[in-house]
Design a binder for this molecule. Sequence first.
Ligand code: MN
Ligand code: MN
Length: 273
Amino acid sequence: MSTKTAARSNSPVVLGIPFDANSSFLPGAAGAPPLIREAFRCDSSNLWAESGVDLGKEGVFADAGDLPLAASDAFAQIQNAVGDLLDNSHRPVCLGGDHSITEPIVRAFGARFKDLTIVHFDAHPDLYDELQGNRHSHACPFARIMEDGLAKRLVQVGIRTMNGHQREQAERFGVEVIGMQDLPALDRLKKIASPTYVSFDMDVLDPAFAPGISHREPGGMSVREAISHLHALAGPIVGADIVEYNPQQDVSQLTAMVGAKILKEILGKMIRG
Ligand code: MN
Ligand code: MN
């Protein structure tokens, strides 16, 4: 499938990335994209974002389907597909997949944006230099991104698993860490004016709200807190990802519906500006 779409210039384009080979604990996130789409279109709700945008209106965003990944070189394929969308003046919204996909996605952004700010929602800082011998683990993407200078700022929200190694990494890279205990942080997010990439790991949410994840870390955000912090973002959102939904861990498609809600609010925010 080509990532070329008939979408309007500057419109968000959803791209599924069914990839979980870099999960350190449980596979399953590769199965997420079609289930998030199904929940998004479910007749139990409507397609309006809370910001007043009708996502059911023809042409407000497009869906490029799922990226067909070959067995090898998945990262190069992801980077190229996202780069194609950017070169066609689209704003990619990728559905993972595990969080390792953010590394090649942001490589495509880093080559095209000089002053990118990443706002990263997660229970985990994902700053390991390596995990289980894998430097491209889903526990490592933000170490690679900051090492290679692909973003000007990295602001992490909802962190609650910081350890000694990752604290050192955060200091080394100048990461702005907003821990769970520091919330709410609406005013800090309202001050970010530069082009913003949103990376949303579903496990930032409390597992009571979103059990369908690989690493259940209690003490997380409510869905409402997450939406409030997304709505607080002030800079233009140039791209986003929603990662780590693991259908094999889900209960009654509850987490798929939460992922779809987060997708609606991110798209609404991108379209309304
Ligand atoms: Mn993560
Ligand atoms: Mn996480």
